[in-house]
Write a protein that binds this ligand. Sequence first.
Ligand SMILES: [Zn+2]
Length: 188
Amino acid sequence: MKDQNQKSELEQTVQRGLYGPPKIKGEEKKVYLGEFRERVIVALDLEEVFYDEGVAVAEDALKDPMAHRLVVNHNKMTSTWTKKYMGLAQEYKKEYKSFHTEAEEAMGLVVVSKEAVNRENIRVKLRLLPDKFQHAEHKKLCSDCLKELQELAPDRADEFQKLGFTDRLLGRSCGVPEEEHGKGKKKD
Ligand SMILES: [Zn+2]
């Protein structure tokens, strides 16, 4: 991923040399919701914006002291997600903008600076949970589910805990719904 980014940076430099900056800037602005690539801190595509992990990435970018504005793709946004991103911008006291675009190559969201920051890596790989854990009702799991999660997404497993004795006494069961449990495996 890093190599690809470096390559595209190189390609961009080459293209600038070949075609001159103005046209490239125009193309960049289509992709980055009206913003210059050199100002982008992070960019999420049209799939990534609709994950809570995407919101987390946007939040991290807003914590960057260089962050100035959060821009979303108006044409693709839904009200639920608009609220989340708008709320984030407010929380970190950054500008919020909804950008109208029909461009196919447009991103879903960008967090940008006021000036050129020339970040090499503006695309972040989302640390997605497997589906059944994505929709878990709470963060306490039976031992089977916790084991499964540790195998599938070890870097996310520490967000969950194993159901304890007290939980069971209180009648709590695994956060993964009964019907999502593996066939033949008994819920413990
Ligand atoms: Zn379970």
